[in-house]
Design a protein around this ligand. Structure first.
Ligand code: FRU
Length: 611
């Protein structure tokens, strides 16, 4: 193309960009300099440059240049054929400066292909970015990012009445990329506010999962009460880095001598905790491909000594090991305490894809010794959508509270949401319990703060459960978003069937299978629950053991716009599954097979977050 023609094309694009920019203070200059390279120049007068995204387009690399130096790099699925949504690039750190966005196609592009992308016409600057919650499947009370992709919970600590929840975050799109620590805070574990992100990729790579804790005794020298975070810098290799905050977790500064731990093979997701008995810090790190956990100790969070490894040949070994945690828990009804090691695995979960297994044993600050036979695998949640579970550091009242990412690697980036992807489970309080035969289990219960979400109550009177169904309407005023509590006496029934259904004749079938007390199970079947066609692996049946003595059980079901979490109400089991119905479920139908059971009570609480 000759120079004149090239200029003509450039001039048209400037005009087009100016037109669509609307309120844009500055024109956006766009030059297509090569088939795989476009330069976008603008002055940072507005708050944001809004980047148009097509969810399924390949990533383009964007180097942001200020005065010729690269000040930021991110990967964005710039819209080629249609704009699905926009993401904001924050211009405020560069206020008044002229920035050059060097957009690079890293896959081969045909001549002129890049200049035909629709994104160029839709690029604009703006002072506001709309995060109003309009998506059908956006949960009402589960934590979600305001926009963009989220996976693992990270860097969780409690300080001065505030629960901090960081998370693996892509601020530039609703699929995994640009791993950054997003940051949300809550005073009650159920109302969350997203704050500015705290850690963005740097020269060592993007910011993978990790943990944070309050350094009350100033062991690291950043000040008493500083918050110290350990995380994986994921670049060419995976190494462990440190950052600290002296403003209560609002901002973090990277430690100048990073990395603080290097390993030969891929290792990630460090979890730190103060070990009072040892008078030192401990850290547990996933040796991902070796399918084991590495344990370290340190006097000051900066110098780490390798202590031991646990896990080769233990539990489920069918996938990489990730996101560990290690903590002590009381055994219900005793004075005893045991240590629990959480280990996320992908793939290899009980119903395919990602899931959380755990081990119970003893830990002396140096070595974890598992009580169970290596072949035994225990799962923390028996749904398909529970991964990367970790617990808060420094929680008050000796609470051990966990939260997990509510999705599955098998289809997480294809679920039918757009401006955001993924939510977290409800926070869950943990303890241990023993069955009469001595078997040890983790009890998983929704945090008591979940009761603060209740907005009213309807109780059905006690009823016999037989083959003829008892139908309970779900609260239409809350779009079916509710908690359902059922107290069941199994009576002589062999099976109890529960079914959520809606006007679109979609249904979620659940069954308590009651052959004999040792083999009871709770199962959920979601093949007809609504949209399932976005992932072949999605329509699974999930089954949980229902350990417990006696002939009774209470269940709590938490329904939100897309997830359902079911708990044996003494924490006997948890099951978390995503559901994407065409319209909200409007009723719960209960019945029994093989003999009568009794529905001792069925209470429905509409749930909401408005104070
Ligand atoms: C688990 C995981 C972690 C890693 C992070 C990257 O979901 O793979 O091991 O740190 O996600 O986002």
């Amino acid at each position: 193309m000759n120079l004149l023609a090239r200029f003509a094309r450039y001039a048209t694009l400037v005009a087009a960009a100016g037109m669509t920019a609307g309120l844009s203070a500055q024109p956006i200059d766009i030059r297509h300099t090569a088939p795989d390279n476009t330069l976008v120049r603008t002055t940072a007068d507005a708050h944001y440059l809004l980047l148009p995204v097509e969810d399924d387009a390949p990533d383009m690399r964007i180097d942001v240049l200020d005065g010729g130096a690269i000040v930021h790099t991110c990967y964005v699925r710039l819209a080629r054929h249609a704009v699905d949504y926009t993401v904001p690039f924050d211009l405020t750190p560069y206020a008044g400066r002229e920035l050059l966005f060097n957009v690079i196609g890293e896959e081969p592009l045909r001549p002129h292909q890049m200049e035909k992308f629709v994104c160029w016409k839709a690029l604009r600057t703006a002072d506001a970015f709309d995060t109003a919650n309009r998506e059908k499947y956006r949960p009402v009370y589960h934590h979600t990012p305001l926009y963009g992709w989220m996976n693992d919970p990270n860097g969780m600590f409690w300080k001065e009445g505030v629960w901090h929840l960081c998370f693996q975050y892509n601020p530039y799109g609703s699929k995994w990329q640009n791993m950054t620590w997003g940051h949300s805070v809550s005073r009650d574990l159920v109302h969350w506010t997203q704050e500015p992100s705290v850690l963005a990729p740097d020269g060592l790579g993007s910011v993978f999962s990790g943990s944070a804790a309050v350094d009350a005794a100033n062991t690291a020298g950043f000040g008493a009460g500083a918050v110290v975070a350990l995380f994986t810098s994921a670049g060419k290799s995976q190494v462990q880095s440190l950052a600290y905050s002296t403003d209560g977790g609002a901002t973090f500064t990277r430690y100048a001598a990073n990395p603080v731990i290097v390993t030969e093979h891929e290792a990630r997701d460090p979890k730190i905790f103060w070990n009072g008995r040892l008078g030192k810090w401990n850290l547990i790190l996933a040796h991902a491909l070796d399918r084991e956990m590495l344990i370290y100790s340190s006097p000051d969070l900066k110098n780490w000594r390798f202590e031991s490894a646990f896990g080769r040949g233990y539990g489920c070994q069918k996938g990489v090991w990730e996101c560990p945690d290690l903590f002590e828990l009381p055994v219900r009804g005793t004075q005893e305490k045991k240590w629990v090691l959480l280990c996320d695995i992908n793939p290899g979960g009980p119903f395919g894809g990602s899931a959380t297994q755990y081990f119970i044993g003893d830990f002396d600050g140096h070595r974890f010794v598992c009580d169970a036979h290596p072949d035994e695998t225990l799962w923390m949640d028996y749904g398909k959508d529970h991964y990367a579970a970790v617990t808060w550091s420094d929680a008050p009242d000796n609470r051990r509270t966990a939260i997990a990412w509510m999705s599955n690697r098998e289809y997480a980036d294809a679920v039918p949401t757009l401006q955001f992807r993924s939510a977290n489970t409800l926070p869950r309080d943990l303890e241990l319990f023993r069955l009469p035969d001595g078997a040890q289990h983790l009890a998983v219960k929704p945090a008591r703060e979940a009761e603060r979400l209740r907005r009213g109550k309807t109780t059905l009177p006690a009823a016999a459960l037989t083959a003829s169904p008892v139908v309970c309407p779900l609260p239409a005023e809350a779009d079916g978003v509710c908690e359902i509590e059922l107290a069941l006496d199994f009576g002589r029934a062999r099976k109890i069937n529960l079914m959520l259904s809606n006007e679109a004749v979609e249904r979620v079938c659940m069954t308590c299978d009651l052959p004999d007390p040792k083999k009871r199970t709770f199962a959920m079947y979601r093949r007809q629950s609504g949209a399932t066609d976005f992932g072949l692996a999605f329509p699974a049946t999930t089954v949980a053991p229902m350990p417990g003595a006696g002939n009774k059980c209470t269940l709590r079901l938490f329904l939100d716009r897309c997830p359902v979490e079911v708990f044996g109400a003494n924490g006997e089991f948890a099951m978390t599954n995503l559901l994407f119905p065409a319209s909200p479920y409007t009723s719960l139908t209960s019945s029994a097979e093989g003999g009568a059971a009794c529905l001792e009570h069925l209470t429905v609480y509409p749930l909401g977050t408005a104070e």
